[in-house]
Design a protein around this ligand. Structure first.
Ligand code: PEP
Ligand code: MN
Length: 266
């Protein structure tokens, strides 16, 4: 059902006035994790000032080590929702288990399914049964075919509001945290009718690569870009090496807008 062969027209996912998959690229910015109201409201205000429609922030954090910050859970979603509401933004946040889905629905506008859960089939099926858009991230070691099949799990349950997100895959290369598979973008656009995002933060793991990879994403036809923004990345409880502070975000955003103008993407 996600195949272009089944449906030729692009699927457009509408969230808070953003028409994802149509018009201009849509951005999903925000901190890696929700840490406090002050933290997310600072970022939310900066995003609203730029006319952004969405904010991200993890409340349930799937961390490699059990001793790392695990997120604030439902409390984190409530905090993020409050800051988002105050700034006219919609909330994008990861859900890690079907058991959390129901309670999260009051606070989340877009359900993110993370790389580690791309083949959590029960979670995919559960997300397929709700009436909210889903942002599905590519698994760390998933082929494009497996990625498309994961989306198929969601749509097969009735939910066709799905966005795909390339976020880098694991290779032998150590210069970046993951290897951004940029060719996945045009392939996913050809093979499916779903909007495609590129997460430049988790794919590169490097602040200096956020802008060039975001430009590349837009150049190959991505419908949107995700990147992490934190008021003070040095003290961030997760992903402190690659989140942008507000000044860096300002530069990043300005340069990306310039790029989009010169290349008539907007
Ligand atoms: C995230 O976006 O917060 C995240 C954990 O990313 P990924 O699932 O792609 O690793
Ligand atoms: Mn992160």
């Amino acid at each position: 059902l996600v195949s272009r062969k089944k449906k030729q027209e692009d699927t457009i996912v509408e969230v808070n006035g953003a028409r994802i998959g149509k018009d201009v690229p849509t951005f999903i910015f925000g901190p890696c994790a929700v840490e406090s109201y002050e933290q997310v409201s600072t970022v939310a205000a900066a995003l609203a000032a730029k006319g952004q429609k969405l904010i991200r922030g993890g409340a349930y954090k799937p961390r490699t080590s059990p001793y790392d910050f695990q997120g604030l859970g439902l409390e984190g979603l409530k905090i993020l929702k409050r800051a988002a509401d105050e700034n006219g933004l919609a909330v994008v946040s990861e859900i890690v288990t079907p058991g959390h889905l129901e309670e999260a629905l009051d606070y989340v506008d877009v359900i993110q399914i993370g790389a580690r859960n791309m083949q959590n089939f029960e979670l995919l099926k559960a997300a397929g049964q709700v009436n909210k858009p889903v942002l599905l991230k590519r698994g760390l070691a998933a082929t494009i075919d497996e990625f498309i099949n994961a989306a198929e799990y969601i749509i097969s349950q009735g939910n066709d509001q799905i966005m795909l997100c390339e976020r880098g895959i694991r290779t032998y290369e150590k210069a970046t945290r993951n290897t951004l598979d940029i060719s996945a973008v045009p392939i996913l656009k050809q093979e499916t009718h779903l909007p495609v995002f590129v997460d430049v933060t988790h794919s590169t793991g490097r602040r200096d690569l956020l802008l060039p990879t975001a430009k590349a994403a837009i150049a190959v036809g991505a419908d949107g870009v995700m990147a992490e923004v934190h008021p003070d990345p040095a003290v961030a409880l997760s992903d402190s090496a690659q989140q942008m502070n507000l000044e860096q975000f300002d530069d990043f955003y300005g340069e990306l807008q310039k790029f989009m103008k010169t290349h008539a993407v907007m």
